[in-house]
Write a protein that binds this ligand. Structure first.
Ligand code: HEC
Length: 124
């Protein structure tokens, strides 16, 4: 019985350590690394058709003709560099928002470049 409790306590200690370690790591993001990642996206030649295809995932929240909810910012017609910066900040975890961090975990440099170019070219 005591052995079981001790094992449970140990398991919890490991879980808590892992969680706190992650939280600590994401608070310690060096913006220099974020700048390097942003510059790398800027090097990519953007494919507008690919951007339009990928934007299919975004419209449910960021409708092209304006966001559907007040908490969701409009992104159509925004400056391309600012869009790249925001997306990379979410991907690196520098900018914290559970939804957008999750959306950006599946986006590589080509995807971010294509999305930024397509949204920047859209009318507001
Ligand atoms: C489930 C809803 C949802 C989806 C899907 C979604 N977003 Fe977002 N997005 C948000 C919310 C909410 C915010 C504001 C987050 C914050 O406060 O930082 C946001 C913020 C952003 C911003 C920053 C805007 C600013 O003014 O700072 C960009 C850029 C962006 N999203 C791009 C995208 C792209 C590109 C996609 C598709 C690949 C996408 N989002 C999909 C909800 C969503």
């Amino acid at each position: 019985m005591i052995d079981l409790l001790a094992r449970k306590a140990l398991a919890w200690a490991i879980v808590l350590f892992a969680v706190s370690d992650r939280a600590f790591a994401s608070d310690e993001i060096d913006y220099g690394q974020v700048e390097i990642a942003i510059a790398a996206v800027g090097e990519v030649t953007a494919d507008l058709d690919y951007g339009e295809y990928l934007a299919g995932e975004c419209v449910s929240c960021h409708a092209v003709d304006g966001p559907k909810q007040a908490q969701i910012p409009a992104i159509a017609g925004r400056n391309r560099e600012a869009l790249i910066r925001a997306m990379v900040e979410y991907r690196t975890g520098f900018r914290k928002n559970k939804v957008m961090q999750t959306v950006m975990t599946t986006k590589g440099n080509e995807e971010i470049a294509a999305l930024a170019a397509w949204y920047a070219a859209k009318e507001r």
